[in-house]
Design a protein. Structure first.
Length: 346
């Protein structure tokens, strides 16, 4: 039998804990007769399941006849990609030819005798999207790991114009908190502040336990203990299950490998992207195990105002939680152990 758990980022694993409510909220809005919004951003820490959520929603709409779904690479020219993808769809070729949209100059292979070729990519896209709209179809554009690059800013700025022109085009993108924040602060992209931002929360512990119980035939209490070890972090849920399946051992026996996988696949990258002060605050939290803010600040003699600034940043990025007033906790499983193993902040 195939391992039901996966270590591949973005690939939908066989053992998947759905985020039904959050996915349904986006789908209901996009498919409504008068959509409440046409842009949505999915954020979360690395390994939180952003790509899987995007893929799940895209596949749902891809299965509907009235939807055209286009996945774009943020490292390439997105406007050119979009035009190329639309022109290469078999179901749209006849549509564009009947509308006498000559795309031969742009290299997309649609040439109409007697019709002058369109020489501007934006004009071509507008004509194509208008024709798709009049045919009763909608276009979903997905971008995984968006960031404030010149190419993406140019695309997003033009996308805003398409929305103002009442075209049936929708954008679903994922990104780390800091990248989405940079995009929202970019010149001429303030419309993104009005777009919903779905922050992926930890998976439900009971649903994780039910999946472990189903796969490994564990007693309910043991399955819940295993689920709690992952803190609802989607990548950790997959890794722990994967290791138990491969090693054919209880979860308590694979924790060293569990730590190694988390460190190598995500924690080293997360840590490298933090500022020195972010690292200092997290180190202080790891040392002061009780989570009391007063004790955490004492570790590195952090002033209250400064600590609050970084506390807010870390909360937004999904690395810590605030379970009660005056307390904070590390959000990721065994992240404390990772921090303490790396002693450069001593």
């Amino acid at each position: 039998m195939q391992n039901p758990f996966s270590l591949s980022f973005g690939k939908e694993p066989l053992s998947l804990i759905d985020r039904d409510y959050q996915n349904r909220e986006i789908l209901d809005s996009f498919t409504a007769e008068n959509p409440a919004y046409q842009v949505c951003m999915i954020t979360g820490v690395r390994g939180a399941g952003k790509t899987v959520a995007l893929t799940t929603i895209a596949n749902d709409l891809r299965s509907r006849r009235e939807w055209i779904v286009v996945d774009l690479n943020p490292e390439m020219d997105l406007l050119h990609q979009l035009a190329a993808e639309l022109s290469n769809r078999r179901e749209l070729f006849e549509l564009f030819r009947d509308a006498k949209i000559n795309l031969s100059f742009l290299g997309f292979g649609i040439e109409i005798d007697g019709e002058p070729p369109i020489t501007d990519i934006v004009v071509a896209l507008r004509r194509m999207l208008e024709r798709i709209w009049h045919s009763g179809k909608r276009v979903l554009i997905t971008v995984d790991e968006a960031s404030a690059t010149p190419r993406f800013r140019a695309f997003a700025s033009q996308f805003q114009i398409f929305i103002r022109e009442n075209l049936n085009v929708f954008l679903l993108m994922t990104g780390l908190y800091e990248n989405i924040a940079q995009l929202q602060n970019s010149k001429n992209l303030t419309f993104l502040y009005r777009a919903p931002k779905v922050d992926l929360k930890p998976l439900n512990a009971l649903r994780c336990a039910q999946k472990y119980q189903e796969v490994f035939a564990l007693p309910q209490e043991e399955a819940m203990s295993m689920a709690k070890e992952t803190k609802g972090y989607p990548f950790a849920f997959q890794v722990l299950g994967y290791l138990c399946w491969v090693r054919n051992q209880p979860w308590q026996e694979v924790l060293l490998d569990f730590d190694a996988f988390l460190e190598e696949y995500v924690y080293e990258k997360i840590w490298s992207e933090l500022s020195p002060k972010d690292q200092e605050v997290l180190f202080s939290m790891a040392v002061a195990e009780d989570g009391k803010v007063e004790n955490i600040r004492r570790v590195k003699d952090l002033e209250s105002n400064l600590f609050n600034i970084y506390r807010k940043r870390l909360l937004r990025s999904g690395l810590i939680t605030a379970p009660a007033y005056g307390y904070v906790e590390l959000a990721l499983p065994r992240f404390r152990e990772f921090i303490l193993r790396n002693t450069w902040l001593e």
